[in-house]
Design a protein around this ligand. Structure first.
Ligand code: G1P
Length: 902
């Protein structure tokens, strides 16, 4: 089994001949600015947002057929030409015979280095690319070395095609938009400043410039330039065999202006005479800037090799510091993979779901559910940012409990929908409380619930069923009161609204309506009669937990009443007569919706915390009982699972029939996580999942069995080939949540199986063909697809820390309740996690000398820096918030938890 090798203790990995695997790419970005993807051949693209692409936008399928990409050529006097990136017609044709080149790629967070040796030409190159932390440009450092016994003459030519416009113009007016280009050569490079941003709804004057600059290692200017594609590739040429490289062709000097052409940052350096063993280095910068001064400023930072190397070190240090969590278990490779998994949520925060080759959907911004879940990982790595993020994001909730679906890059910036389609994802209101709950536990900050934030307002009303025709865009996107004031309600009010509206929004089986879809975006064709039992479970869990945290608020902070919008009173109606009648519930919701369709009164009521808590518990209990009895499907002896959905014909989607087993994982996950499934049911679910969904070689638990039906009455997923994406692939996010739910309910062995199989599949490079990390899913051949940007990463990280190691906050106290399997400990029986908690650094070591299984061990002794920790029970140690606050901030505190067999 071919595996990725790791170089040091951290994330740096090495892979030979990486170009012989398809679909590989690495993300490279700054904290703002440039977001790039880069393949082993230097393909991929680079942009700051949807409307500003430096390189032509690529989807996964372009990675192997698009050759008009970054390149660095060596024209070897009298002999031929060679691409450092392996991107020449000659290298392409001899690649699989390996007669010519050898290549090794080394990569880390936001950088990669390729060492390529040419047997034919006796030349070697080391080429590094990275995006500096400020995201101002891509920096490439190239060192050429003469491996021959004699001197050689080389003319280096860098070539980066400059697309310089919006992704929309890739097909729409591609040629016309090139006519807007104004191309300039200056002493160090080529700049393209289009005259207009092309938009037929109203063209905008463009200020953005795209540039490619170059220097020799000591900061000397290039010799000349090839600024247009036609000049660079020549008549009948291509980027794989460009004329300016193929033959001696004079370039343009500095100071030339060209209009209306496709541009390329073609930079020709002076011919270098390299003695035997001699090296020469070059720097190439490619970026996007708002002003000419900004280009010069950026240029001045990287124009020598020494400066470039220093910036590379800064990049390595910065991103390593961001991933301030690490693991030492019995499996070193896994520890390295976990580093990348912890990095993934940071990447999704930067890229959203739009800007890597597989993620070619949307136009930027971050999806509601993704953003809230990525916050879970942030709460571990960068908790200080999260409070404000939580507060800003609640501002996206509408008065009807739905929300703006896309969140912009600035705090409090919301967009109703990517494509301006009215859609309601019925799971959306579930996630904010999950994150807020975790936040309260990690920090002890319960009072966040009482912070006041606005509500989102747009045309959409009554949970996607109506429009507020009185609303005008000029009124702004915040909910107003009748007197025209912006209305502010507490975070708690937002949470209650979201979960209570969901409670009443039921279909004919008294399960919550599916609307546009739930977590599974591809269940999108059952608006009228679809229901999601899966998320009815999830909301039931929320209702129960909200009550718990409200009681905590009362006990710990001394509040006994909370203020709510008066319109909400009706949502607190209780009683089984109402609960059992879907029509009554919908009527109640309608009544509420009518009151808030436009402006609300602005009046508030005070409600006792005890009263709300009881009301929520009553609702939660009713829901769980209803699901337990009405949705359970009995399978073979000792097996069974929950029906998770109703389709648009009102039929239950899952079923047990000897010749037609229909089982989906999602419903099981939320039944387990919420506490709806009892212990016996969990066992039966696990047996059924093992029987019908588990396939080790595919990565573990599939999302569903093969329905062998296109099912237009449920969603597009059934149109996908079976075993791909949401139709029955091993879809990491749900598998990981399955594991998390199992751990939460004390089924550590079963949870471990789900996570471990997934990670093993990712690590089997020969099959998964992906860099370290976990993919969104594995396809039918086992390839890991949609790398990096998956919510699975947050949940994976969370599960390893809070469930496997069992390190988590309980209202600000640090508790440790390990559930590690024997094979996760090293030879000596130790496993450690480094992390920050309560602004302090900890190394938490779990010692299990007997290598006993979870359930078969108890804590013998636990201490922090030699001071004993309190034991909450036999298997749970705790360090109180007060004690944490007394610890020094700059030291690493050692917590040791010694286990013994029981
Ligand atoms: C993606 C989406 C996520 C959605 C899921 C299933 O998953 O980003 O919002 O719930 O597909 O349709 P992910 O990227 O988290 O793997």
């Amino acid at each position: 089994m071919r595996q990725i090798e790791f170089k040091d203790e951290s994330e740096t990995f090495v892979i030979r001949d990486p170009e012989n695997y398809s679909g590989l790419y690495l993300p490279m970005a700054g904290t703002e600015g440039i977001k790039s993807s880069i393949t082993p051949n230097w393909g991929g693209d680079s942009k700051t947002d949807q409307n500003h692409f430096l390189l032509e936008p690529v989807s996964a399928e372009n990675l192997h057929n698009n050759k008009n990409t970054r390149n660095f050529w060596c024209r070897i006097e009298g002999e031929g030409y060679w691409s450092v990136c392996g991107n020449s017609a000659e290298q392409e044709s001899s690649r699989f015979t390996r007669e010519q080149d050898e290549s090794i790629l080394e990569a880390g967070f936001m950088w990669q280095t390729l060492v390529r040796k040419s047997k034919k030409y006796g030349i070697e190159a080391k080429m590094t690319i990275f995006v500096p932390v400020d995201g101002a440009a891509e920096v490439t450092l190239v060192t050429l070395t003469n491996n021959r016994d004699e001197k050689m003459e080389v003319t280096p030519i860098a070539a980066i095609p400059i697309y310089g416009r919006s992704a929309d113009n890739i097909r729409d007016h591609r040629h016309v938009t090139s006519l807007l280009h104004r191309i300039y050569t200056s002493t160090h490079g080529i700049t393209v400043t289009p005259v207009l941003s092309f938009d037929e709804r109203g063209h905008q004057k463009n200020e953005t410039s795209y540039f490619v600059y170059g220097w020799t290692e000591n900061g000397e200017a290039p010799e000349s330039f090839y600024p247009t594609v036609e000049e660079f590739i020549g008549e009948g040429g291509s980027f794989l065999i460009p004329e300016a490289v193929r033959k001696e062709k004079a370039g343009k000097p500095a100071g030339v202006k060209i209009q209306g052409k496709e541009a390329v940052g073609g930079i020709r350096f002076a011919k270098a005479v390299l003695e035997k063993g001699e090296s020469r280095s070059y720097i190439v910068l490619a970026g996007i800037a708002q002003t000419k001064e900004q280009i010069e400023k950026t240029a001045s930072r990287y124009r020598t090799l020494a400066k470039g190397m220093q910036a590379l070190d800064e990049v390595k240090t910065y991103w390593r510091k961001q991933v301030n969590v690490s693991f030492e278990t019995g499996n070193k490779r896994e520890d390295h993979y976990l580093k990348w998994i912890c990095f993934q949520p940071i990447l999704r925060r930067i890229y959203g779901c739009s800007f890597l080759p597989y993620h070619d959907y949307g136009k930027g911004g971050r999806g509601w559910r993704d953003l809230w879940q990525d916050c879970l990982a942030l709460l571990i790595m960068e908790p200080s940012l999260v409070r404000q993020m939580i507060l800003s994001n609640y501002g996206g909730v509408r008065m009807d409990g739905t929300n703006a679906t896309i969140i912009g890059n600035r705090p409090g910036e919301f967009v109703a929908d990517r494509n301006n389609i009215t859609r309601v994802w019925m799971d959306h209101a579930f996630w904010p409380f999950v994150t807020t709950k975790f936040y309260m536990d990690q920090t002890g900050d319960l009072e966040v619930l009482l912070e006041k934030v606005p509500y989102f307002k747009d045309l959409q009303a009554k949970r996607g069923e109506a429009h507020d025709t009185q609303w005008r865009a000029e009124e702004g996107d915040k909910q107003r009161t009748k007197s025209g004031q912006i209305y502010f309600g507490s975070v708690l009010e937002h949470i209650l609204l979201q979960n209570l509206c969901a409670f009443f929004d039921v279909g004919e089986h008294n399960e919550m309506r599916l609307h546009g879809a739930d977590w599974n975006d591809a269940l999108d064709m059952a608006w009228e009669r679809g229901e999601s039992v899966a998320f009815t479970c999830a909301y039931a869990g929320n209702l129960k937990d909200i009550a718990k945290y409200l009681r905590n608020l009362e006990q710990k902070c001394g509040y006994n009443k909370v203020e709510l919008a008066e319109e909400m009173q009706i949502l607190l109606t209780g009683g089984n007569t109402l609960f059992e009648d879907p029509e009554k519930k919908q009527n109640l919701l309608k009544q509420y919706g009518d009151q808030c369709i436009h402006n609300i009164s602005g009046k508030t009521i005070l409600v006792k915390i005890e009263e709300i808590s009881r009301n929520l518990e009553e609702k939660a209990q009713w829901l769980m009982e209803h699901i337990r009895t009405d949705e359970w499907i009995k399978g073979e002896e000792g097996e069974g699972w929950f029906n998770g959905y109703y389709d648009n014909h009102g039929n239950a989607v899952e079923r047990y029939q000897k010749d037609q087993i229909r089982m989906m994982l999602t419903g099981q996950v939320f039944a387990i996580m919420s506490g709806t499934a009892d212990a016996k049911q969990i066992k039966e679910i696990c047996r059924s999942a093992d029987h019908y969904l588990y396939e080790k070689s595919a990565g573990g638990y599939r999302l569903n069995t093969d329905f062998k039906e296109e099912k237009f009455d449920l969603g597009r997923m059934f149109g996908f080939a079976y075993g791909e994406k949401e139709n029955g692939a091993v879809f990491s996010h749900m598998t990981v949540m399955y594991a998390n739910a199992l751990y939460q309910r004390g089924f550590a062995k079963e949870g471990y199986k789900a996570l471990n199989t997934l990670l093993e599949a990712a690590q089997n490079f020969e099959n998964s063909k992906m860099y370290p990390g976990i993919p969104e899913y594995f396809d039918n051949q086992g390839r890991g697809l949609y790398a990096y940007l998956t919510g699975a990463a947050s949940w994976y990280m969370l599960t390893v820390i809070t469930e496997m190691f069992g390190v988590k906050g309980e209202l600000g106290d640090l508790t440790i309740h390990p559930s590690l399997m024997p094979e996760q400990f090293d030879d000596k029986g130790n496993a450690s996690v480094y992390l920050e908690f309560g602004k302090r650094k900890f190394k938490i070591q779990i010692k299990n000398p007997d290598k006993a299984e979870p359930g078969a061990y108890r804590i013998k002794k636990a201490a922090c820096d030699d001071n004993r920790l309190a034991l909450l029970d036999e298997t749970k140690a705790s360090l109180a918030k007060k004690q944490i606050n007394a610890l020094k901030q700059d030291e690493i505190h050692q917590i040791v938890v010694l286990l013994e067999k029981c």
